[in-house]
Every structure is written in C-alpha cells, then in structure tokens.
Design a protein around this ligand. Sequence first.
Ligand code: FMN
Length: 168
Amino acid sequence: MAFIKKRSGELTCNPFTTIGSEWFLLTAGTPEQFNTMTCSWGAMGVMWNEPSVTAYVRTSRHTFGYMEKAGIFTISVFPEEYRAALSYCGSHSGRDFDKVKETGLTPVTLDGGVGFAEAKMVLVCEKTYGQLMDANDFADSSIAGKFYGSDAMHKLYIGRILAAYVNE
Ligand SMILES: Cc1cc2nc3c(=O)[nH]c(=O)nc-3n(C[C@H](O)[C@H](O)[C@H](O)COP(=O)(O)O)c2cc1C
C-alpha cells in the first residue's frame, strides 16, 4: 500500500462513522518528538471557506501541550485490524508510555506532520484556531454536569486540511 495524495473534495468518508465509530489518532509535534492520542469526537467540514477539521482535546491530556505548540497536526484513520492499537493510545498517556513502541505503529512524516504508515487515511492540518470551552457557555447545562463534573474542559482546535492522503 502507498499513500496517494487527494483533494479533500475527493474523500468519500462519512464523518459520523469515521470519527464516531472508527475513531482516529490525533498527532502533534515533530518527527523527533510527538505525541498521539485516540479521539472519537471531532468534526469535518468547511470553515473560513477552507476544508477543515475540528478536534476536541481535554487540557489534562499529554497531547494538549503538543497541540498548543503545534503549527501542524494530523488525523490518522485506521483499518479495523488496528482497533487494539487505538484502544491502547486512548487508555495510556504519552507521559508514561511509549505508544509507538507498545503498539508497533510506524510514524511517517507527511507534509511536515506526523502520521502513521498503517493508516488508511491521514489528514495533514494546519492549526487555524484554538478555543477553550467554558462551562458557563452551555445552553444545555446538563452537558456540563455530565461531561465535565470532575474532568478537565476540552479545548477545540480547528485545522485547515493541507493534504489528504489515502492508502491504496
Ligand atoms: C475511543 C476513545 C475516544 C477518545 N476521544 C477523546 C477525545 O475526543 N478527546 C479527548 O480529549 N480524549 C479522548 N479520549 C481519551 C484519550 O485518548 C486518552 O485520555 C489518552 O490516553 C490521552 O493520551 P495522552 O495523555 O498521551 O495525550 C478518547 C479515548 C478513547 C478510548
């Protein structure tokens, strides 16, 4: 398999199943020093006339520090056979574990971002916006109680899709 570069308009994925059911690895940092974590919340669409993605990262994540510094981040979506690797990356912190070593995933540099060779799709994104959510801003306050009682808030990051790679 090899990565073929596509325009975002050529992608055929359904964001509801790709993000919500298949999950993705959100990766930020340099090829020398990066961190990755599993996400199942996010959005794909258009913002400021640009094909864009939004990822939501709790400030308690090790990945948060990398996202804060990042100019580029990536979204890597995997075939089902890598579910265990994604579960690992979603239940262990890069503070304490070497996720690449433990999962056997292979980092690859794509347009300045770090993705993974085993992914079926990698979106390379340029960070355009970041905003910390505010518990006072929920129109439905039950969400704040349900999802943020004792847990850190999410910061949302919007990224312009610079390149979309599909493994064919
Ligand atoms: C299926 C799944 C989806 C997740 N989605 C998110 C998410 O969208 N945002 C988030 O902040 N954490 C999410 N997490 C939790 C992080 O992946 C998890 O806390 C991870 O260990 C953080 O790693 P880090 O400390 O190296 O950044 C998810 C975990 C799983 C298993």
